[in-house]
Design a protein around this ligand. Sequence first.
Ligand SMILES: [Zn+2]
Length: 243
Amino acid sequence: MKILTALVIALLTFSSALASTPSARELQFDRDVEPALKKQMTDDLAFIGNVKGEKSTPLHQKIFGKVEGATYSEWFGSRIFSVGKNSCGSANAVACVIPFMDSNKMWVTKNYTQFDHPQIARVSVIFHEARHSEVQNGNWSHATCPRPFQDENGNDIKSIWTGAVLAGQPACDVTPYGSYGSATIFLKNIAMNCQNCTEKVRADADLFGTDQLGRVIDAKAKAAMKADFGTKRSARIRTAQLQ
Ligand SMILES: [Zn+2]
């Protein structure tokens, strides 16, 4: 009898472990998500679920694990369970998580669909949102960008997604671990360490990664990220892009 009880408990434990395996969950789409958008997002997730890499930076390892498709699928799948459409409370928003409604639901706005951004950039948007699902980390809320917020040439820094001026907007980060920070680390690792990505994917990842690094406004956080990426390897990729 004891053995039988132990076996039943073991079976129960095993089946509940299976039921709660986040990666086994299928991403749910609201009815108003158009078939084309649903297909695009499903294809984007399939693409990132297939990447291969041998190296990853220490910050990437800490946030995501390895540069590897299965790791990314598990990481995203355990954070975002459903997708819907919403204005996200701002004409300049691209996507959002609304914690008081559902921390594991991602909303996309018309800015997500109306601009034609590269595939790896779209993946970085949904990874950015997935980071916001982390209730235990206060959903990694944004920091306010400084005012003025300008590049080294004195030009206003604008959103690469929508062209909106970012000065004074809640669209920056003060830590490498926030949504902008972690998406930057993801993009730079794809650029440097994805072995089966095309040259275009790696170049897109580098370009968008450099842009999103600009959203990290804390000097120490930015320096830690630059050190993590390693200037030598980034320089080599930039040279390769020019060829
Ligand atoms: Zn965000």
